[in-house]
Structure formats: C-alpha cells, structure tokens
Design a protein around this ligand. Structure first.
Ligand SMILES: *Cc1c(COP(=O)(O)O)cnc(C)c1O
Ligand code: SF4
Length: 393
C-alpha cells in the first residue's frame, strides 16, 4: 500500500485575482494541497517573467508549489528569494560532474536493508517515513526519492523500520524526516509514533523535521498538536531559508506546536542568491528567535544534480558565520555544517578565532586570539611547554 497524499482535487488558482482573494485559512490543508501548482505554465497568470523551462527538467524533478507559497512570491522579480527556491530554471540542466550525484550523501550505504532507516551515527537514526513534500525545493538533497513515482515508502517498509528500532536498544534518538512526515494524516502519524513509543521505550528523544509547517502552515491543526503531545515528540525542526518565509500565519501555527510542549529548531540551507548575505541571515535568525525557534544548523547546498547553481563556496560560508557570531544574540547563531560526500556525515565548520602557534625559539607555544571585531590578543598562559631537544632523560 502506498502512502501518497491524494485528496479530492480543488480548482487551481490560475489568475492573480483568484490568488489574491484566496485565504489559505478558509479551507483544510488537504484542500489547499490539492490546489498546488505542478507546472511552471500554471503560474503565468499570477507572476510576470516566469522562465519557460525545457520539459526535460520535469523528468529530473517535479514541480509543486502551494498557493500560500505562491502568494509570498514577488510578482515581477524573477530573483525573488522565494521564486528562486521553487520555480524550475534552465540552471538545473546537467552540468558535467554533477549529473550523476543523486545520493551524494551516501545515505543508501547506511540504510538498513529492507527499511528506510539510515543508521550512520552512534545512538541515533534518521527514519525516512515519507516521500512527499508540500512544495518541492529545487535544491532538494533527496531528489532520488522525493517526488519519484517509484520511490514511495511502503507500509511494510515502515513496519520493518520500527522493528529495527524496537530491536536495537542502543538507539536513543529517532529523527523522522523524508520528504515530510507531516504529509501523513493525523491518524497515520498517530499510528507510527504510537508504535515507536510502545515498542521502543529505550528511545529517549523523538524529533520530526518538517518544511510543511512553513509551506502549508494550516497543516498545523489542534488535532496534529494533540498527536505530537500524546507521543511526547520533543522537537520539531522546521526548514526556512529566507525571512520572507516567516509570516503572521506561520507564527500563529508555530505557537500552537510550542503550546504542545515541543521545542523548536530551525534548519537553513545556505543558497546563493537566496540567503548568502549577512543582513538576510541576521534578519532570518533574529526573526526565528523572536518566535522562540532556535537556529540549529545552516547546511551547505549538497552537490545534488541540478542544484550546483545554489552552491555557496566554503570561504563565503565562513564569512557569513563571522558576520553573525558576536554581532547578533548568541542563541540566534546556528552551527554551520558541510555534509561530507559519500557518507562522511555532518562536519561543523567554524572560522578560527583562537589558534596555537609555536614560539620562534622552539621552547613551546603561545595562543593567539582574535575577537569578532578583529581585535587581537595573545594568551601565552594557554600555550604549552615543549621539551627542548637534547634535554631531559
Ligand atoms: C542529520 C542526521 C542525524 C541527526 O544528526 P544530529 O547532529 O544529531 O542532529 C542522524 N542521522 C543522519 C543519517 C543524519 O543525516
Ligand atoms: S522540504 Fe526538504 S525533502 Fe522536501 S523538497 Fe525541500 S529539501 Fe527536499
């Protein structure tokens, strides 16, 4: 049995007038989801200067945009940070060296056979429960499975995954992701979380990664929050890349999740043209802590096929970090991460503020420090003494 979202189809909002008049809170999230745009030509009545991309783009990665997300897009500017994230572009066409990298994080190598559990790190697992997202990001790291017709997570695969977690008493942290776990009905989510809690009492920390909260905020209902609370989901991480994505509606729905006793974190992908700018990042992370959501990780764009035009070079990521640390509230500063090729995993990157250097006479080391403003000081007391050659026994 496939778990695909399939609801009674509603009319698409193909004119500006219809979209402007549309209130995302006027109907259920399932109804809005069924109005999603799935071809760039459907946006011509709403946005100006939509790029007429080659159909081959669709063969690699589908298009899906919720009306709520379309409303956030700038009508005229093709470089609007929301448009860049979701509208297909000719840049997605093959670039040599990138075309075949579909599983560049090497997740498949760490997937337990027969399950959708990626067990890479000690004591915690990534549990990929869904292959669907409300809106498809052009830089998606899991293109190999998200929106692929043959890549659905089957019910028995989910059961075998729960069997694995239940039988592995070392696992103390389970991260549900996908796709988006919140594409499931409340009932289905209730079943999966209930099974996990019942059969794997050794799991101490249960978290969910979701972008749907951001792309279709009406997905957050009192019923969903009751399910999260009932199964003691401790953390929900949402994925936001630009301050424009933080709207009054999103804030209200985030509050509902928080009221269910769930800690919330923010994950961001560092994207050229979208947020590779210190002012944009400062605003994003301050808005995030304003609503009580703690910035957790900023990821480098993965080298997945069709996403190379979003990649921000490593040195630039370090500069962005330097523009945050010390300049805005500490809790608003996330950890910057490069996800290593071929299964190396998450690697934190940090500029060097404190470094140990050898003294010119070889007798030991001293420690040179620099603060966020570039002021420098030396702390010899933190250095070490080196034994001089020929001395001692
Ligand atoms: C990101 C990830 C986790 C969770 O990592 P944390 O640093 O604990 O948030 C676990 N497993 C896999 C495979 C992951 O990619
Ligand atoms: S929300 Fe995540 S999994 Fe879904 S399309 Fe975007 S990057 Fe991919």
């Amino acid at each position: 049995m496939l778990h695909k979202v399939d609801f009674n189809r509603q009319d698409k909002l193909l004119t500006r007038e219809n979209l402007d008049a549309y209130d995302p809170e006027s109907e259920s999230w399932q109804q809005q989801f069924s109005r999603r745009y799935t071809h760039h030509s459907e946006l011509n009545g709403i946005l100006n200067r939509v790029e007429n991309v080659n159909e081959t783009v669709y063969g690699k990665f589908a298009v899906s945009i919720t009306p709520y997300m379309a409303k956030l897009m700038d009508r005229d500017d093709p470089n609007c940070p929301i448009r860049l994230q979701y509208l297909p572009s000719h840049h997605e066409e093959t670039k040599p060296g990138f075309a075949t990298l579909l599983d560049e994080l090497g997740e498949e190598g760490d997937t337990i056979p027969g399950t959708s559990v990626v067990h890479r790190y000690p004591r915690r697992v990534l549990f990929l429960v869904s292959n669907t997202c409300a809106t498809l990001c052009r830089f998606c790291t899991r293109k190999r499975m998200v929106s692929q017709a043959d890549g659905s997570v089957h019910k028995d695969q989910i059961e075998r995954s729960i069997d694995y977690i239940a039988g592995n008493r070392d696992i103390e942290d389970v991260l549900l992701s996908g796709g988006d776990p919140l594409t499931f009905s409340d009932q289905r989510l209730d079943d999966i979380l209930g099974e996990l809690r019942r059969r794997a009492p050794h799991v101490r920390f249960l978290r969910i990664g979701s972008r749907m909260v951001v792309q279709l905020p009406t997905r957050v209902t009192p019923e969903l929050c009751a399910v999260l609370e009932k199964h003691r989901v401790q953390m929900v991480n949402i994925h936001i890349n630009h301050p424009k994505e933080i709207t009054p509606l999103l804030r209200r729905r985030v509050k509902m999740i928080q009221n269910a006793g769930v800690m919330m974190g923010l994950q961001t992908v560092c994207l050229k043209g979208v947020n590779d700018n210190v002012d944009v990042m400062r605003e994003l992370f301050m808005r995030s802590i304003e609503m009580g959501v703690r910035p957790y990780y900023v990821y480098s764009t993965d080298m997945v096929a069709g996403a190379h035009h979003f990649i921000v070079p490593h040195h630039r990521m370090l500069e962005l970090y330097e523009g945050l640390r010390g300049w805005i509230s500490g809790p608003a500063v996330p950890t910057f991460i490069v996800d290593g090729l071929g299964g190396l995993g998450k690697l934190p990157i940090t500029p060097t503020y404190v470094r140990e250097v050898e003294l010119p006479d070889g007798s030991g080391t001293t420690v040179k420090c620099r603060n966020y403003k570039g002021m420098e000081v030396e702390m010899p007391g933190l250095g070490r003494e080196l034994r001089v050659a020929g001395q001692g026994s």
